[in-house]
Ligand binder design. Sequence first.
Ligand code: SAM
Ligand code: SF4
Length: 452
Amino acid sequence: MINEKKIEELLESSKDVGTEELKEIIVKARTCKGLTLEETSKLLNIHDQGLLEELFQAAKYIKEQIYGKRVVLFAPLYTSNECNNNCLYCGFRAANKELHRKTLNVDEVVHEAKEIERQGHKRILMVCGEDKNKTHIKHITDALAAVYANCDIRRINVNAAPLTIEEFKELKKAGIGTYQLFQETYHRETYKKMHPTGKKADYDWRLTAMERALEAGIDDLGIGPLLGLYDYKFEVLAVLQHSEYLMNKFGVGPHTISVPRLRPALGSALQVAPYPVSDSDFKKLVAILRLAVPYTGIILSTREGAALRDELLSLGVSQVSAGSKTSPGGYGHEEEKSDQFYTTDHRTLNQMIKTICDSGYIPSFCTACYRRCRTGENFMELAKEGEIHTFCQPNAVLTFKENLIDYGAPEDRAAGEEIIKKALEEIEDAELKEAAMAKLKLIEEGQRDLYF
Ligand code: SAM
Ligand code: SF4
């Protein structure tokens, strides 16, 4: 699945590529058909400022072609910080005796979900440590069932340790949106150093998790490397190899790629990132991912600071978290010393919405695709034909309208309405535009959860 030798050879052979060839690759990428690993490795070696600018423009163009102007918002919900593993970089590691440990019961999970919902979110990413007695599959499925039953949260994605096929089937039954799992580092030797003990020490068990999920019927998957553990160029090519492998074997690539960058954490055994990724390289790699796999969503969390996140909106990011807490119970009340890592962007959801609007994008709380079965192969087909924004744009309009009415600050409403008006005008299909306007009217009259 991951061919380290090939990656190293590619990186070595693409060191001295000329400007003309790099320009041609960027032009080719604008056809939205993706790039080969070889082409991608060449782009990773761009240093020239002018070429970087061309790369960024292409990323912006591709994002808008495929997804339109919408940016999807979500918040993480940490159900437990108990963990048997010892990942060197993580605050939840078993060896961290300073951390205040907590596993939420279902009532506490629902309480947290309601707090998240109170901000205006409709989409949650559930996260927990890996503790065989505390965060077993039942802990996760009970949490999903309770939130779906008691809140107006419409989609729950899950980021949790690799499961067996049987357990993945349970997760599917419980109504999971995306199953997300980061390989952390695709570089085997580094992986071994970073994960000295516990179940997570098994590189292959983790790498094969997505195959088991697919075999269990979950076809909406999120992958990613934890940037900073090893050379980012290697990780970018490896995550693309992973994606290509899934695509070839199952006809379904990952729905999303996340780009978490290592952050300081209480009790972390890493004082500094072994392979720090500069802001400038970070922007470059996000843009390159956008060119390489145009139909795969890119997720950005509050690990990154406000200014950089705002810049990245136009470089291909399609989903961002906002108003996040990384400790179990963190939304209800701030508990000291229970966070996984320190976040950087502390803006509220409403502030993030305003920024998205000011940048010319439209915030979206859409959860339609998985409820309309536009997942896996179905989603890929639509995305590859450039059809997915047909749904994204009107669904963004509808869900943003709901948000403005139910949660918007009075002073932001007029500007929000302007964005909605503009986004409606951009819907090319006359019939669809009319249907969206009819649904908007119903929302004004009090109906909710309308989508295409
Ligand atoms: N325990 C499960 C696991 O390890 O897959 C799932 C949850 S874990 C809390 C979610 C992700 O947080 C990890 O996969 C890792 O990439 C990320 N993470 C851990 N420590 C981090 C840190 N110090 N900075 C940034 N991200 C971190
Ligand atoms: Fe546990 Fe996950 Fe943190 Fe590792 S990254 S210590 S497995 S919570």
